[in-house]
Design a protein around this ligand. Structure first.
Ligand code: ARG
Length: 565
């Protein structure tokens, strides 16, 4: 990504030698000796045109040199074009960025609506770590889209329909422990569900009988039988109440909670429409859609609608209700194949919205500590409590002088933030192993490190205020390399958010925030601010601008900025 300033210049320069030239070959550099941005496009061009790359790069220089914002344009080595931004322009741009609530982020989503389908746990089961990851990633995706001007509908597509309910009803009638249910409804429902699985596993006798009964109960529920509907509602309500405590704790809200049950009644009509429109065909008692050499089943032989049929009903509902430009589905990567086929069917069915599946890897728990009999199932509330308790121990040790209430507040922000950040920081597709030490480390790419960096900026600004200094952003100038390095990092932050949006990759925002905090810390350690003599006003302005951007970056990641740590 390059700043908006350079794009038109680069386009013009490219056009002067080749109208098809690739502006995106202009990239940020990490070594200031190579300028702030470098273009190696001359090499490719030169080859095609059988020209000397250096000579070609030299011809491009005048397109940049002397333009507002460009400090210096020069050719290096065999044909690199190095661009240095003008320091006055850079300082002015940062001040403007600080005044903009969206920190200069291009409003690419203005007038557009995105639906983020995330969290989506399955009723009567505990939310597992996969749903936690979906919750974190989906929440941050929503925040990122909003920052870029999108209207966002966060939709919790809970699994609240289908065969599990027939099984649960049968298990409820046979084996429920009412006291256990009253104490921990979801725990008891989960136990019943697992128990049903065990008892019905037998391929003969009682096992068959149970399976048949479950099928009947599911059918009754789907026909609207009052008792089964009441039980279903009760299970659903109890589960949502438990999820809600987790969401509240994590500051996550949904615009809509429409689970699979909302679409259950629509699937027959959808299948009929697919058949009538020639998208689907009957095949051996089932209804399928042919996709090249693949087949997607929308209705099974036994008449049951598939997961794909539900998602097709859902997509049609969303298109009619919201006309979204984009829909992002956040689930674990094992559902990738489902989404690829479903998207292909949707495209065949003329769904015009951009459909994106963000599939993420597994979060593995450290052995023993938090896993139950089912391995990956934990109570998320307990996990958050443990994170906060661990954070509290660190706060007590490091910040003993703060009062009780503030320490509790810090521990909550650090603990919950650490759990959340570990889900964001890795590239979504990689598997991650839960690691308390890394998550809560004060150094390295962790939530505590980011929060601490901000607290440090806030503390410096407090000290300045106490000493009677009033920050004046107009005083910002960039002279020292460390000031400039921080400035460039800030300039690049919105570029990183744009890339993250394009790639549906919140980890790019995490990475940019980490680099921003690192640059701020290097500036803070190496340069005196309040005792900086003639640089005081400018460095105070830089701190102020950096503080504002770090606060926004933290919020974008769903973290709670702290004034003190
Ligand atoms: N409930 C599903 C699960 O737990 C995720 C649903 C994702 N959203 C969708 N529209 N299919 O795996």
């Amino acid at each position: 990504m390059i700043p908006a300033l350079l794009r038109p210049l680069a386009a013009l320069a490219a056009a002067s030698v080749d109208p098809e030239a690739d502006v995106d070959a202009l990239v940020p550099t990490n070594n200031p000796a190579h300028g702030d941005y470098q273009w190696n496009f001359a090499f490719r061009m030169a080859k095609a045109r059988r020209e000397n790359p250096r000579a070609l790069a030299e011809r491009l220089v005048p397109c940049f040199a002397g333009q507002p914002g460009v400090g210096k344009a020069e050719v290096a080595g065999p044909g690199f074009l190095n661009l240095h931004l003008d320091d006055v322009w850079l300082a002015r741009t940062l001040v403007a960025q600080a005044a903009d609530p969206q920190f200069g982020l291009v409003q690419s989503g203005a007038e557009k609506l995105a639906i983020i389908d995330f969290s989506s746990p399955n009723v009567a089961k505990r939310m597992h770590v996969g749903h936690m990851r979906s919750t974190h990633l989906g929440h941050v995706l929503s925040l990122m889209h909003r920052a870029a001007g999108w209207t966002v509908i966060g939709d919790n597509h809970i699994g609240d329909w289908g065969t599990p309910f027939g099984k649960l009803i049968v298990a409820w009638d046979h084996w429920r422990d009412q006291a256990a249910y009253d104490a921990d409804p979801v725990g008891e429902l989960e136990r019943l569900y697992v128990l049903f699985g065990e008892k019905s596993a037998a391929k003969e006798g009682a096992g068959v009988h149970l399976a048949d009964r479950a099928r009947d109960e599911t059918a009754k529920l789907q026909r609207g039988d009052p008792r089964n509907t009441a039980l279903w509602e009760q299970f659903r309500r109890a589960s949502l109440a438990e999820y809600e405590t987790v969401y509240a704790r994590m500051g996550v809200r949904f615009e809509e909670v429409l689970g699979e049950s909302a679409y259950g009644g629509m699937t027959d009509e959808i299948v009929a429409a697919l058949l009538a429109e020639g998208v689907a065909e009957a095949s051996d008692g089932a209804v399928i859609v042919r996709l090249g050499d693949q087949v997607s089943v929308v209705r099974k032989k036994d008449g049951a609608a598939t997961y794909t049929a539900t998602d097709l009903a859902c997509v049609r509902y969303r298109v009619q209700r919201w006309s979204p430009a984009k829909m992002v589905y956040v689930t674990d990567a094992r559902q990738h194949q489902h989404f690829m086929t479903f998207f292909a069917v949707a495209a065949r069915w003329n769904v015009a919205a951009e459909l994106v599946h963000m599939g993420f890897g597994m979060l593995k728990l450290p052995d023993g500590t938090m896993s139950t009999r089912k391995g990956n199932v934990i109570r998320l509330v307990e996990l958050l409590d443990e994170a906060v308790a661990r954070a509290r121990a660190i706060v007590d040790e490091k910040s003993g002088s703060l009062d009780e209430a503030e320490r509790a507040l810090i521990a909550e922000a650090v603990g919950v933030g650490a759990v959340r950040y570990q889900d964001l920081v890795q590239s979504p597709s990689t598997d991650i192993t839960f690691d308390w030490d890394r998550m809560l480390a004060m150094d390295g790419n962790s939530a505590p490190y980011l929060l601490y960096s901000r607290a440090r900026a806030a503390s410096l600004l407090r000290k300045a205020a106490a000493a009677g200094y009033v920050p004046d952003l107009a005083a910002l100038t960039l002279e020292h390399p460390k000031e400039r390095e921080l400035a460039l990092c800030m300039l690049r932050f919105p570029e990183a958010v744009e890339s993250a949006l394009r790639a549906t990759a919140p980890n790019l925002v995490a990475e940019a925030t980490y680099r921003l905090c690192e640059a701020f810390n290097r500036f803070y350690y190496e340069l005196p601010v309040l005792t900086g003599q003639e640089r005081l006003a400018s460095r105070l302005a830089l701190t102020c601008v950096a503080d504002r951007l770090i606060v926004r970056a933290l919020r974008l990641l769903g973290l709670t900025p702290l004034d003190r740590m």
